[in-house]
Design a protein around this ligand. Structure first.
Ligand SMILES: Nc1ncnc2c1ncn2[C@@H]1O[C@H](COP(=O)(O)OP(=O)(O)O)[C@@H](O)[C@H]1O
Ligand SMILES: Nc1ccn([C@H]2C[C@H](O)[C@@H](COP(=O)(O)OP(=O)(O)O)O2)c(=O)n1
Length: 292
């Protein structure tokens, strides 16, 4: 009986048209007395009438309630990678709008932590200023928390994993492997140009949104500070970190047949056409209304 369930579960998992690389074990947590494969079976095949009591007892066994909740919902994760300025933040909201994913941006979660003036905030700020990667445990915990708090079970995680340590920490702590990695490929000169431009674009947006006269651009641009890391000095460091530590992670996933490469140098619209065709290949899953 157990063998039958295991093979059914595996065949369901293996039908993804995109994950063509070597098959992985399903996400699992170590629970008291339960082997990793038993828990998804219980959750998949339990009569919905009894689900409440079953999940309650599972919750009792999981290290935390949230861990059980996350597991039960079998989230689907797509990592979105590419150099700083490659268009990750521009394309992700479009994916949310068209495909109902929840967008989690590692950089934004870290920024929110800085702004909340938490214990880690100052330390994160220093890493950012130096263009360095924040210690993985902090970033992974923030991502895990955001996933657990979301009603949506399909996530695009933008700007993560940025190095090998990020990748290993996510797999060890969250215990989920990505369905695929969306990679925005863009040459270095274009990245630099876009990042230097980004602060000015933000100011233009503000002027338009507030219906302020355009001549104020010159006045305000003097005060333009924008992101602490969008200056020529830090950009150089960020690009170095990207080529030295993030590209190897992309190569790792490529060797597993998991990378969907997009030519990100074209217009925003053209890039999104390619993105759409990648996501359209995903197995159909009941669309989740909330993108929270
Ligand atoms: N395909 C594109 N062509 C030209 N400019 C773009 C394109 N995609 C994004 N941008 C612009 O480049 C800047 C960086 O894009 P962003 O999405 O913030 O990058 P990332 O999140 O990867 O750092 C933004 O000002 C954005 O408007
Ligand atoms: N996994 C991550 C993601 C971002 N960070 C830090 C370091 C990055 O330079 C900043 C900003 O990242 P974000 O993804 O918002 O921006 P860029 O893609 O670099 O333009 O956050 C990190 O330390 N670890």
């Amino acid at each position: 009986m157990a063998t039958f369930f295991v093979s059914r579960l595996k065949s369901e998992r293996d039908t993804s048209p995109i994950a063509s690389g070597p098959q992985e074990t399903p996400p699992m947590y170590e629970l008291n007395g339960l082997s990793g494969e038993w828990l998804p079976l219980l959750l998949t095949y339990t009569n919905p009438k009894h689900l409440n009591s079953v999940t309650k007892s599972i919750t009792g066994m999981a290290k935390t309630e949230m861990e059980a909740k996350l597991f039960y919902r079998k989230p689907l994760v797509v990592f979105v990678l590419g150099g700083p300025g490659s268009g990750k933040g521009t394309q992700c909201p479009k994916i949310v709008e068209h495909f109902g994913f929840r967008h989690l941006c590692a950089g934004d979660l870290l920024q929110a932590e800085i702004e909340s003036e938490s214990e880690n905030g100052k330390m994160i700020q220093n890493f950012k200023k130096e263009g360095k990667i924040v210690p993985s445990e902090i970033t992974v915990k923030l991502l895990q928390q955001a996933m657990q708090q979301s009603d949506n079970k399909r996530f695009i995680i933008d700007g993560f994993p940025r190095n090998e340590e990020n990748r290993a920490a996510f797999e060890n702590i969250v215990r989920i492997k990505p369905e695929f990695v969306l990679f925005f490929d863009c040459p270095e000169e274009e990245l630099t140009k876009r990042i230097l431009n980004r602060n000015q674009v933000t100011l233009l947006h503000i002027l338009v949104a507030e219906s302020l006269p355009m001549h104020l651009f010159t006045t305000f641009s003097v005060f333009l500070k924008g992101r602490v890391d969008d200056n020529i000095e830090t950009i150089g460091k960020r690009l170095k970190v990207y080529f030295e530590t993030t590209l190897p992670v992309i190569n790792y996933y490529n060797s597993k047949g998991k990378v969907q490469k997009i030519d990100a140098q074209r217009s925003i619209k053209e890039v999104f056409e390619d993105v759409k065709s990648v996501f359209a290949k995903l197995r159909p899953v009941a669309r989740v209304g909330s993108t929270k």
